[in-house]
Design a protein around this ligand. Structure first.
Ligand SMILES: Nc1nc2c([nH]c(=O)n2[C@H]2C[C@H](O)[C@@H](COP(=O)(O)OP(=O)(O)OP(=O)(O)O)O2)c(=O)[nH]1
Length: 129
């Protein structure tokens, strides 16, 4: 199983989501940015590194939400979400096709990678309570 960590980056009342490029797996679907955890790496170190690489942003992981297991054909991933705050940086896309800052109410209007849907739903529940 592939362990993937992803960031729900919050600023004011919006969260950052990214669209995978046409060359990636799950082309043009929206996700929470992140990536694979390498052997020996902590979840939060992997996340900080990936977000720096992909978006040129320095984040601070805050709260670990519920991991989701999802099978894409032969490949099974465990997607591990963290809410995060933004420390510094301006977005420069290195891999993604697009990004968007979206409000909680708009979050489910996007075409998500299937593994992300329960994560978006949990985040919405968290924010509405
Ligand atoms: N980073 C990230 N990956 C996700 C999310 N949801 C989801 O299903 N994935 C999948 C897509 C990939 O199959 C896998 C890891 O994606 P990745 O972007 O870090 O790795 P990668 O491009 O090197 O993977 P690949 O295209 O070579 O398979 O997890 C998400 O919210 N964030």
């Amino acid at each position: 199983m592939l362990h993937v960590v992803c960031a729900i980056i919050e600023q004011d009342v919006k969260v950052l989501i990214t669209q995978r490029s046409s060359k990636m797996a799950q082309p043009l679907l929206w996700e929470f940015p992140g990536g694979k955890i390498d052997a020996g790496e902590s979840e939060t170190d992997a996340l900080i590194w990936e977000i720096q690489e992909e978006l040129n942003l320095l984040i601070v992981p805050q709260q670990r939400l519920t991991p989701v297991k999802h099978s894409y054909g032969s490949k099974t991933i465990e997607l591990i979400p963290y809410t995060c705050t933004l420390q510094s940086g301006e977005i420069k896309l290195a891999e993604h096709n697009a990004y968007s800052w979206v409000s909680i109410d708009e979050l489910l209007n996007y075409s998500w990678c299937p593994a992300d849907v329960p994560i978006a739903e949990e985040f919405i529940r968290l924010k509405k309570h």
